[in-house]
Design a protein around this ligand. Structure first.
Ligand SMILES: [Zn+2]
Length: 279
């Protein structure tokens, strides 16, 4: 499976975050974090990343991005997928340390990681019925994720009655996740995991080439991509993909994006590993 399909979902619309805030920030007032009333433990990272607030005009509870300078907010309960995706893909006010922390948290939630943990626990023969059912459901959902990313079909196909009919005909004990779960949580988690894996591999090589390209999708979205190519086999890895419609990319802005990738790959050893830059 081509890693590009996963990795390109990692970083979308980072440049267009601020104009697209969900709610008027002037109508929000911060409140103390209300105590959980159902006894469930809070996810510390989610509460570190967000701040509880309420609308001044209607007194409705919301929560907002906790990064200084960011104006984004949401209604309802804190959803990890939504918050992590904002921090990784959209938020312009987040630093590299928090991005890394959120990336790791996303990887922990990925189907891949859950499946590996299940397989490490025991062989399929030794599993209890419930564990085996969970492992089978994870495998099937991972296969569905691969299908969506590998073919480019719309993730909403999994919400259709026709899809549900196919699945129940194959195995009526397994339910596949909804498109929102794939889009907000599992695909970005897979992208973060694959990107981290490839960066780890590339950071051990020398004489790499970094290249930048821009283009337009069928949906008329402007995108740019940054690839790193290995010296011997000339294998290109997509490390950064960003949808940047309506944003003019000047030389300094392109250089800034390139330097981010250069820095990621060189930071472990402080050694330059590149021989070429292609644009
Ligand atoms: Zn933000």
């Amino acid at each position: 499976m081509c890693t590009s399909h996963y990795i390109i979902t990692l970083s979308k619309s980072r440049d267009t975050c601020l104009p697209q805030v969900n709610y008027d920030p002037n109508d929000l007032a911060d409140v103390d974090n209300p105590e959980s009333n159902n006894g469930r433990p809070r996810t510390a990272l989610l509460h570190d990343l967000t701040i509880s607030c309420k609308t001044i005009s209607t007194n409705k509870a919301r929560y907002r991005c906790g990064m200084t300078g960011c104006l984004q907010s949401w209604s309802g309960k804190r959803q990890a997928g939504r918050i992590y995706k904002h921090i990784l893909d959209e938020c312009k006010c987040v630093d590299d340390a928090i991005r890394k922390q959120v990336g790791d948290a996303f990887i922990d939630r990925s189907l891949h990681t859950q499946l590996e943990a299940t397989e490490e626990d025991s062989s399929l023969e030794k599993m209890s019925k419930a564990e085996a059912k969970k492992a089978r459901a994870l495998k099937i959902n991972q296969a569905v994720l691969n299908l969506i990313c590998g073919t480019g079909i719309p993730p909403t196909i999994v919400d259709t009655d026709e899809w549900k009919n196919v699945m129940s005909t194959i195995d009526n004990s397994v339910v596949t996740y909804g498109s929102t779960s794939f889009v907000d949580t599992y695909i970005p988690g897979e992208a973060a995991q694959i990107t981290e894996e490839k960066i780890r591999m590339l950071s051990k090589l020398k004489n790499l080439t970094i290249s930048y390209d821009g283009g337009t999708t069928k949906a008329v979205e402007s995108i740019y991509t940054i690839h790193v190519t290995t010296p011997r086999r000339r294998q290109a890895y997509l490390i950064e993909g960003n949808e940047a419609s309506g944003v003019s990319h000047s030389g300094p802005q392109i250089a800034e994006e390139l330097f981010k990738v250069l820095y990621i790959l060189c930071c472990e050893t402080s050694v330059s590993r590149y021989v070429g830059i292609k644009y």
